[in-house]
Design a protein. Structure first.
Length: 520
C-alpha cells in the first residue's frame, strides 16, 4: 500500500508540473522554417535551438554556439559550437537513437532554408549571406556580402534553427507534425485543433546558475479553444496556467480603466506588463496627388491634434505608451529620447488655418482602416474635426487594405510594424528610398537623401553605441517630417497563476519555458 501511495504521489507531482496554455489561432506546422507567426513560434521555441538566442532584455546570448567572433570588416562570423548538444531521439539516428549536433548540420539547415523547393517565408534572413561552411565539426563560418550589424539578431529567429538531415530527407517522415529538434522539450503528440503535448528533454544542454539541468517543467500542454473568452474562463478556473494579451471579450473584466489588475483577482493571479516591439501608426502615401496630406502643416496638425493619453485610457485601458516620437519603439537602441509629440490643439488649429488661408482649400482626407481599429479611427475623426480637418473613415477587409497600401491606391492608412528581429534597422528600413513599394516595405514612399546616407552609414558601423546614435538621427527625421503619425508604442500584458515562477516578459513577446517553475 505504501509503495502504491508513493507511485501515485510521483505521478501526481509530474502532472502538476505540466504548463498549460491555450492557442486560439490554429497551428499550421511545427517546422521552424515556417515559424512566421506567434502561434507557431511559441511551441517552436521549446523544440528548437539556433546558433544564438535572445534574453528577456533582447541581448544576444550563446545557444548552440558557445562563442563567436566577427572580423574587422564586419562580414565574417566564426562560431564555436558546443559538443554536448543532441537532437531529440529518433530511430533514424541508429542504434541509440541519438546524435550530436555538428557544424555541417547548420550547413544543411541553411541550405534547406534557402532552397526554392522549401518555399520558406524565412529565407530572407540569409539574403545578405555570401556563403557559409563547416570548418570542422565544432566551427561554423558565415560570410556576408556586406557588413550588416543586425545579422546576429536575424540568427536568433526560429527560421535559423538547426534541423536533422536524417529525418527531413526521409520521405516517410512528416516533419511538419512530428518535428525533431534540440530544444528543452521534445514532441510527444499532436491531435490537431485539440491538443499538443511536449515533454521534458532529459539530455538538454543548458543549466541554470546553480548548475541544475533545465527545464524544470515535466511537460507543456497546449489546447486550441478558438474562443478567447472561453480560454479566459478556463484560466480563471485554474485550468490554464497562462494567458497573454488582452481581448475585448474580457479586458474590462480583468483590468481597470487605468490598466491595473482588478483587486478581486489579486490573490490568485499575477500580471506583468512591458514594452512590446510593435508601433501602431497612420501612414501617408507621399506620392499621392492629395495636396493636403502632402503639406507638412496638415501632417503636423494631425500629429499634435489629438490626446494620445486620453485615447489609450478610454479605448485600450492604458495599454500602450503615448510618449511617442519616431518609428523606433521603447525597448530598442536608437529610441528617440530627445523629442516627443505633445498634444497642442491650438497649434494644430493654427497650422490648419494657415494652410486654408494659403491654398483656399479646406482639408478633407479619407482614412483607410480595418474593422479592428474602427474605434480608434472614429475617435481621431472627432478630434480632428475640432481642429478643422474633415476625415472620412473607409473600412476594408484586412487583405484589401494591405493590397491598397502596397499598390499605393490608398493615401492615408492605418498600419503597424512588429519587429521581426531586435534591431531598430527593422523599423528604419520602412523609410529608405530604395525600399519604396513594391521594391520593399516603404509604403509611405518617403524619400530623403540625408536619411538614406545615414541609413547606409549604419551598415558599416560596428560599434553598437555609435550605431544607436545613427539610428536616433534617422528617427528624428521621421519625427520632424511626419511621413507617419505614431499612435502609440504597444505594450504586452501577461497573466499567470500565482504558482508560476520565472515566466518573465520581453519586448518580442517570445515564450520561453525552460526556466519556468510551477510550485506544487
Amino acid at each position: 500500500m505504501t509503495l502504491q501511495s508513493c507511485q501515485k504521489s510521483a505521478i501526481s507531482n509530474q502532472e502538476n508540473l505540466v504548463f498549460r496554455y491555450n492557442e486560439s489561432a490554429n497551428i499550421q506546422t511545427l517546422d521552424p522554417a515556417f515559424a512566421r507567426n506567434q502561434a507557431i513560434l511559441w511551441p517552436c521555441n521549446q523544440l528548437f535551438n539556433g546558433l544564438v538566442q535572445l534574453d528577456d532584455s533582447l541581448q544576444i546570448q550563446a545557444d548552440i554556439a558557445k562563442s563567436w567572433t566577427v572580423d574587422s570588416t564586419g562580414k565574417k562570423y566564426t562560431f564555436q559550437l558546443r559538443n554536448n548538444v543532441y537532437f531529440h531521439p529518433h530511430i533514424n539516428f541508429g542504434k541509440d537513437s541519438l546524435r550530436t549536433v555538428v557544424a555541417s548540420d547548420f550547413v544543411y539547415s541553411f541550405d534547406r532554408l534557402r532552397a526554392a523547393s522549401t518555399a520558406s517565408p524565412g529565407a530572407w534572413i540569409l539574403q545578405k549571406v555570401a556563403g557559409y561552411k563547416a570548418v570542422n565539426d565544432s566551427v561554423f563560418e558565415i560570410e556576408l556580402k556586406e557588413s550588416f550589424p543586425a545579422f546576429l539578431g536575424l540568427l536568433t529567429m526560429k527560421y535559423a534553427s538547426v534541423v536533422p538531415r536524417e529525418v527531413l530527407d526521409d520521405e516517410t517522415q512528416d516533419f511538419r507534425s512530428h518535428p525533431i529538434g534540440t530544444g528543452p522539450f521534445y514532441f510527444k503528440f499532436w491531435e490537431e485543433n485539440i491538443k499538443l503535448v511536449l515533454r521534458k528533454n532529459p539530455r538538454y544542454f543548458e543549466k541554470d546558475q546553480q548548475g541544475k539541468a533545465l527545464p524544470y517543467l515535466e511537460s507543456v500542454a497546449i489546447t486550441f479553444l478558438p474562443d478567447k473568452q472561453s480560454a479566459f474562463l478556463q484560466f480563471i478556473q485554474g485550468k490554464l496556467d497562462f494567458i497573454s494579451g488582452l481581448d475585448p471579450s474580457y479586458t474590462d473584466e480583468i483590468i481597470t480603466e487605468e490598466g491595473q489588475l482588478r483587486s478581486k483577482y489579486a490573490d490568485r493571479i499575477q500580471m506583468v506588463t512591458g514594452p512590446y516591439l510593435n508601433t501602431e501608426y497612420l501612414g501617408f502615401n507621399l506620392d499621392s496627388n492629395e495636396k493636403a496630406l502632402r503639406d507638412i502643416r496638415i501632417r503636423k496638425a494631425l500629429n499634435i491634434g489629438f490626446d494620445r493619453n486620453k485615447m489609450l485610457l478610454y479605448l485600450r485601458n492604458g495599454m500602450g505608451s503615448a510618449h511617442v516620437s519616431g518609428i523606433i519603439p521603447e525597448g530598442l537602441a536608437g529610441y528617440n529620447t530627445k523629442n516627443k509629440v505633445v498634444f497642442d490643439a491650438d497649434q494644430a488649429k493654427s497650422l490648419v488655418a494657415d494652410f486654408v488661408r494659403e491654398t483656399g482649400v479646406k482639408p478633407v482626407l479619407t482614412l483607410s482602416t480595418n474593422a479592428s481599429y474602427i474605434d480608434i479611427a472614429e475617435y481621431l475623426q472627432r478630434e480632428w474635426q475640432k481642429i478643422g480637418v474633415e476625415v472620412k473613415v473607409d473600412v476594408s477587409p484586412p487583405a484589401t487594405l494591405r493590397q491598397g497600401i502596397a499598390t499605393g491606391k490608398v493615401s492615408f492608412f492605418r498600419g503597424s510594424w512588429v519587429a521581426d528581429y531586435p534591431d531598430a534597422e527593422n523599423y528604419l528600413s520602412l523609410f529608405y528610398s530604395n525600399n519604396k513599394a513594391p521594391n520593399g516595405p516603404n509604403y509611405t514612399r518617403y524619400s530623403n537623401q540625408q536619411y538614406d546616407q545615414i541609413y547606409d552609414a549604419s551598415f558599416s558601423e560596428i560599434d553598437p553605441a555609435k550605431r544607436a546614435q545613427l539610428y536616433s538621427e534617422m528617427d528624428q527625421w521621421i519625427y520632424r517630417e511626419v511621413p507617419i503619425i505614431v499612435l502609440f508604442y504597444d505594450r504586452v500584458a501577461r497573466f499567470s497563476q500565482k504558482n508560476i515562477q520565472g515566466l518573465g516578459i520581453n519586448p518580442m513577446n517570445s515564450l520561453q519555458l525552460k526556466k519556468v517553475k510551477k510550485q506544487l
